[in-house]
Design a protein around this ligand. Structure first.
Ligand code: DI6
Ligand code: FE
Length: 401
């Protein structure tokens, strides 16, 4: 069953650039792209359906490669307090912060978590997202991390979006392990990761490497366990200080190191060597009113691939639009709209280990794309939010939300 999509221009994003084909045609066969090229070169064939895209710009479906979409409650009350001058640290010391989301997530049923996460995910999807990574990390014990990851799997099964799950058990210290961080890491390595992996709930393993979370030594133990289980790793690194977590991640061939405002040039060299993607999260930078910029020039100079993601989470980035993140990447980090779009397509796919099948519009890849009624690709980074007219195709089928 072949379908023809025409009357469009395509930014294929192959090789991380727009790679534009004007007056293009796309042939899909089932869930895959069979052919893409200039319409004048379209091979003859029988098409079960012909779609007129009305002059749209077609891009790959957006890929949000770093989110914490599943969580209980929210923290808009803390947002109000912070605006009145109470600091993040004071809020955390009084039982708020990540700990409050852990309490709410533990108290929530799988059904409640599914319903609230589905609402957030639909918001991302209405904005052109067709693949998403979802982390655990607000359960912090076997039962509740498992609950979060099962909800993430179910979201992928029930909604027209591809979900990659990441176990972030090493996100924060659960109250049961107060002052016993090493014991908690032991528990993650001996019990939690093996059990969650055996249940097929884990596509990758992440940790939060920061002076207020886990040390590089503790993170390394998690990485060793992940590799023994055959799982790739990722890392929250250099968000608030420089512990060289990004270099550690590179030594373990991490798919990505994320945040990175405080990384240095040696970290960039290490990441370039290992092919570790730099995932920048402008929503968290903005929401926390950070001032330290990620070292864009070092990343570019050494050829590190840069991805952009929402970091959707209740504490530091309640972001419901990846396009808004593209705008922030341009305004805050001085990325070009082309770099930003590559960051939410092909490089995001690499950050999830799915670049062989996703992230660009090329023959053989999965047919996930968006036909936007815009004047040029830069419009995707230009408009601040809103709802752009578009058609979203996933696995070769037009979705409606
Ligand atoms: N870095 C972040 O910005 C979030 N997690 C992390 O490791 C914060 C999560 C939260 O405050 O709930
Ligand atoms: Fe995060």
């Amino acid at each position: 069953m072949k379908t023809l999509w025409q009357h469009c221009h395509v930014a294929t994003m192959a090789q991380g650039a727009y790679s534009i084909i004007e007056d293009a045609a796309i042939v899909t066969s089932g869930a895959h792209i069979e052919w893409v090229g200039p319409r004048s070169e379209l091979p003859s064939g029988d098409f079960a359906a012909v779609n007129d895209l009305n002059g749209a710009w077609v891009t790959p479906g957006l890929i949000d490669c770093h989110t914490h979409t599943v969580f209980g409650g929210n923290r808009s009350d803390e947002f109000e307090k912070r605006l009145q001058g109470v600091s993040y640290a004071e809020i955390a010391a009084s039982g708020g912060g990540i700990a409050s989301t852990v309490r709410a997530t533990r108290a929530a049923s799988e059904e409640q978590l599914f319903a609230s996460a589905a609402r957030r995910l639909k918001s991302l999807m209405r904005d052109g997202v067709t693949s998403v990574e979802i982390k655990s990390g607000y359960g912090l014990d076997l039962a509740n991390e498992g609950k979060m990851l099962r909800v993430a799997r179910r979201l992928g099964a029930e909604l027209p979006i591809s979900v990659r799950t990441t176990c972030l058990a090493a996100h924060a210290l659960p109250p049961e392990y107060k002052d016993r961080a090493d014991d908690y890491i032991d528990h993650i390595c001996a019990e939690m990761l093996p059990a969650l992996a055996a249940e097929g709930l884990v596509d990758a393993v992440d940790a939060f490497c920061e002076y207020l979370a886990f040390s590089p030594e503790q993170v390394e133990r998690v990485f060793v366990t992940a590799h023994k289980l055959g799982l790739p790793v990722k890392l929250h690194a250099e968000q608030l200080s420089s512990l060289h977590g990004s270099s550690l991640a590179a030594r373990y061939q991490a798919l990505s190191a994320d945040h990175l405002e405080f990384m240095d040039e040696d970290d960039a060299i290490a990441m370039a060597k290992s092919g570790t993607v730099a995932v920048l999260l402008p929503g968290a930078f903005y929401f926390l009113r950070e001032t330290q910029l990620p070292p864009m020039e070092a990343l570019r100079k050494h050829g590190v691939k840069i991805a952009i993601a929402s970091d959707l989470n209740p504490g530091t980035s309640p972001a419901l639009s990846v396009r808004l993140m593209l705008n922030m990447a341009c305004t805050c980090f001085r990325m070009t709209p082309e770099e930003a779009l590559a960051g939410a397509t092909i490089h995001a796919a690499t950050a999830l280990g799915m670049a062989d099948t996703h992230g660009s519009i090329e023959a053989g890849k999965v047919a996930d794309f968006v036909a936007w009624q815009i004047d040029r690709p830069a419009d995707l980074s230009y408009w601040l939010g809103g709802d752009l007219e578009k058609r979203v195709v996933r696995h070769g089928v037009e979705t409606s939300l």
